[in-house]
Design a protein around this ligand. Structure first.
Ligand code: ZN
Length: 281
């Protein structure tokens, strides 16, 4: 279920400036982009769109997109406060994407990597049949080509407007990753703010290595829902990256400025271990 975007509550006119959701500092958008969308005042990691994420992580000009023409369909004719068809149109207009994921392959340092990234700007990065298919395609491409996989998530979870079809994507993406594991190819999952619901409950938590950005909310159900259900106050920082690291849910919390270098190192390590094992056989 898509979570509410906090940006909507702020009253900064669209244009050159934006407000940091954490410290309320006014930020010049161009400077913010140069700083990888990290607040220069408080270090808060703001959300990054799919195209920006590709530019941040892949070597320039190396990214080749897979299934760029894949389009979502309103199979159920679903409507809540707005029709699904309208929500899709709005998302497409806002992001210039057909759905909430971009899949493909590119170079990271010396490594060819199959890559999929979710964009929170498109219906809260929710996973419908197109997002599930794109992730599966990227993983299948990796199996075929013998590549490691990187998925960067930011998502409100399964897309309720597609009903059972969206829930099926959890099984589908997990099955694709099981085939990747069978081929002994590494999968690194990067979870960013927020990663929740059916995405956390499927591929995002299946990484051989799971890396979180600082202070990201990573959860199945959000803290408010849990508090209402168990009628207890939750500990400070519950479901945030640093808390999850302490409790063994993620392997590393990495500043966005160090993310690419860390990933290149992790892939190098995992691929070397795989090659050694193959040699020993
Ligand atoms: Zn800030």
């Amino acid at each position: 279920m898509p979570v509410n975007e906090p940006e909507k509550k702020k009253h900064v006119p669209e244009g050159l400036w934006t407000k940091c959701p954490s410290c309320q500092h006014i930020l010049y958008k161009q400077e913010l982009a140069k700083n990888l969308h990290i607040c220069s005042k408080c270090g808060q990691h703001l959300r990054v769109g799919a195209r920006d994420r590709i530019a941040q992580l892949m070597e320039e000009g190396s990214f080749v997109e897979l299934a760029a023409d894949l389009k979502p369909k309103d199979v159920l004719g679903f409507s809540d406060t707005a029709s699904y068809a309208q929500r899709l149109k709005d998302g497409q207009k806002k992001t210039g994407m057909k759905d909430a994921a971009v899949a493909g392959e590119g170079l990271m340092g010396p490594h060819r990597v199959a890559f999929c990234v979710l964009d929170f700007g498109f219906m809260g990065g929710s996973m419908g049949s197109v997002v599930g298919e794109k992730i599966s395609l990227a993983v299948e491409h990796a199996v075929k080509e013998g590549l490691p996989v990187l998925i960067v998530s930011s998502s409100g979870g399964a897309r309720m407007q597609e009903g059972i079809l969206s829930l099926m994507q959890m099984a589908k993406t997990s099955a694709a990753l099981a085939r990747l594991a069978k081929a002994r190819l590494p999968f690194v999952s990067v979870v960013t703010d927020p990663t929740t619901g059916g995405v956390t409950a499927s591929f995002a938590m299946l990484g051989d290595v799971i890396i979180a950005e600082p202070k990201a909310l990573v959860a199945f159900a959000g803290p408010r829902v849990i508090e209402q259900t168990i009628r207890q106050t939750l500990p400070h920082g519950f479901q945030q990256s640093e808390f999850l690291l302490k409790h063994g849910m993620v392997d590393m919390v990495v500043n966005r400025k160090d993310l690419k270098a860390t990933l290149v190192k992790v892939f190098g390590f995992l691929l070397k271990a795989r090659a050694k094992k193959a040699e020993a056989k």
